[in-house]
Design a protein around this ligand. Structure first.
Ligand code: BTN
Length: 264
């Protein structure tokens, strides 16, 4: 192993202070987000983390299945931030930055794809699923789920996904990665809760995948445009063929490579 590879395999220590201060390790579960959700309802404290070696029913955004065999990292955290309920969805952006930085620390050239994907060369390395527990408008807890393809790839996504080992070009120690991930995600959660989205958006845009397009529905009409960045509230900004900028929100939009769309 070269000196550079050694450095990448063992980045400088950086410790989380509260994220993971309580940690539950499971060989297998249905979904760590469900486990963390149960713990949150039972009063688990801010920063409690659940990690599983495999999940039977891992889930992603929009009800998609998150294939979760052994060899991946499946981690969920219970947070009790003092933010309004409407501020929960953009927290995904802050978590993504921490996740991206953790992967880059180990040499993976990772970039962010709105709203919750981490990519390496168009292949998915990791994803974030943020869920809120609330009573009316009062936020009780946030469950932050992070799935990372660490050593192996689920067969079903072998064409479209990439493992951290492949992206970094070296085997990554699972515990070293978890330590980096918790420390970096903690830092960005603190920034988001303490300062707000204005501290997150420039950092997210710096790490954003370039050259992407998106298909969206705006005021009931289909639109395809070039991704130009984020608006002040975290909405995605698209430029159409006429040069006009449109705001689109999660749920109405699919981010794609321009080659997928003949019109761009
Ligand atoms: C996505 O890309 O759509 C989000 C994927 C999130 C997967 C993680 S794995 C840990 C946690 N438990 C789940 O069931 N989902 C999240």
């Amino acid at each position: 192993m070269t000196f550079e590879a050694l450095l990448r395999a063992a980045p400088p220590p950086l410790a989380a202070r509260w994220l993971g201060s309580q940690r539950i390790d499971l060989a297998e579960c249905g979904s760590t987000n469900d486990e963390a959700g149960r713990l949150a309802r039972a009063g688990a404290r801010h920063g409690t983390v659940v990690i599983a070696e495999s999940q039977r029913s891992g889930r992603g955004r929009d009800g998609r299945v998150w294939q979760s065999p052994k060899g991946g990292l499946y981690l969920s955290a219970v947070l009790r931030p003092t933010i309004p309920l409407v501020s929960v969805p953009p927290m995904t952006l802050a978590i993504g930055i921490g996740l991206c930085d953790a992967a880059r620390t180990f040499g993976a050239p990772a970039v962010l794809k709105w709203p919750n994907d981490l990519l390496v060369e168009d292949r998915k390395l990791a994803g974030v699923l943020v869920e809120a527990q609330s009573q009316g408008q009062r936020l009780d807890a946030v469950v932050v789920g992070i799935g990372v393809n660490l050593d192996t790839l689920p067969e079903q996504v072998s064409e479209t996904a990439i493992s951290l080992t492949e992206a970094a070009g070296t085997l990554i120690d699972r515990e070293l990665f978890i330590a980096q991930l918790l420390a970096r995600v903690e830092r960005w959660i603190e920034r988001y809760v303490g300062v707000g989205l204005e501290a997150i958006i420039p950092a997210w845009q710096e790490r954003m995948a370039t050259g992407l397009a998106a298909r969206a529905t705006v005021d009931g009409a289909p639109l395809t445009g070039e991704v130009t960045g984020l608006d002040l509230d975290g909405a995605l900004l698209l430029r159409d063929e006429a040069g006009q900028i449109h705001r689109v929100r999660s749920g109405d939009v699919e981010v794609i490579r321009p080659s997928v769309s003949p019109s761009l």
